[in-house]
Design a protein around this ligand. Sequence first.
Ligand code: NAD
Length: 412
Amino acid sequence: MTETAYETTNKFLQDAFDVIGLDKNAEHLLKTPSRQVSVELVIQRDDGSIGNFIGYRVQHDNARGPFKGGLRFSGDVNLDEVRSLASLMTWKTALADVPYGGAKGGIHVDPTELSRSELERLTRRFTECIHEMIGPTTDIPAPDMNTDAGVMAWIFDEYSKHNGFNPAVVTGKPVDLHGSVGREAATGRGCLYAIREVLENDGEGLDGSEFVIQGFGNVGSWAGRLLHDQNAKVKAVSDVHGAIYNENGLDTHAVYDHLKKTGSVVDFPQAEDMANEELLELDCDVLMPAAIGHVITEENADDISADYVLEAANGPCTYKAHHILEDRGVTVVPDIFANAGGVTVSYFEWAQNIQHFSWEEDRVNSELESHMVDAFRTIRGLMNKHDITMRTAAFVAAIQKVREATKQRGLQ
Ligand code: NAD
């Protein structure tokens, strides 16, 4: 049977538990979500018919602060996946040293089949159903796959109808509606800082390094454009429709303009089209999965030609694939570190909202950089101390913080 996303996360956690040497009760407590809710969402479609959808919110752990995590819209959303993503958020917020726990939400819907006004009704209905379990000091949603600043604005507005004006209930809002400058780019920018630290630690650098990016949405397109600005060579990118390739490197800003004009990266004039599966196996320094989970499995892990896999997406590698890659000498930069830039700048947005004060973009970016650099130093220290992979070291660092907070609060 194929491994589920939640099983993958728990296996990675177990590798770290074994290094720390926790007792089984503590392991159980740290693995198990605090609360998981599913809600039936009934909306009127534009043609007058009724549409039914299921929404989930899973709150994993709040020992270190309010639950925090994104909301995704996808036909692949299910409770198991949301549980896995909520758990990853607990470890990510701890590693990034932002004062939150972990949560995640999702609605099982193919957003391409709904109009913008149907998506608005769906988001508002979901917010209405869960408004009592979210809030600026309880649980703070943010964008994820197929959700954007506009969706966050609807959540803010709907929440405020029930609970009064409070923009800190959600992050990733439009900049002119209490959002933060730098938030939209933050996950991609954080990926760039993460891989820069890893490469420099290995005596290499971004300049001239070859990248391949799967997924050219918020995270992939920002990372691709920022990497291009640092003279890295982005040889191939993809989206759900297919992949494009240019051996001499793509002008990722021009690819982005093409995507905005046509709705896809495919058929970009200065590139060849190729299949998404082929893209993963291209020869490059850094392969960056920035789309969906479980794209690198035991079936294709041996065919990955990159030296580094930078997990911009959450959970792109199965447990076995991760070990195959590491055994082959491929360094996997784990999701809970690689994509922590998003939640880090979400924290800055939340802090600005609470203080009714705005930061300049330079401050956002430089504080983001500090959090990413500090997280890498912590990881590197633990890798050297225990002779463990970057992923296990990241989990060890995070678990120790959550465990300590749990003990100090007297929750166990
Ligand atoms: P997005 O919806 O903006 O973009 C997703 C991209 O992946 C699109 O280009 C889409 O076409 C592509 N894609 C979807 N299915 C695909 C498939 N089967 N094959 C190839 N490409 C496919 O989403 P995003 O916000 O960029 O999120 C991407 C990943 O990054 C997700 O795993 C998400 O959880 C993770 N992430 C996002 C954030 C954030 O701040 N948005 C933060 C941390 C982690």
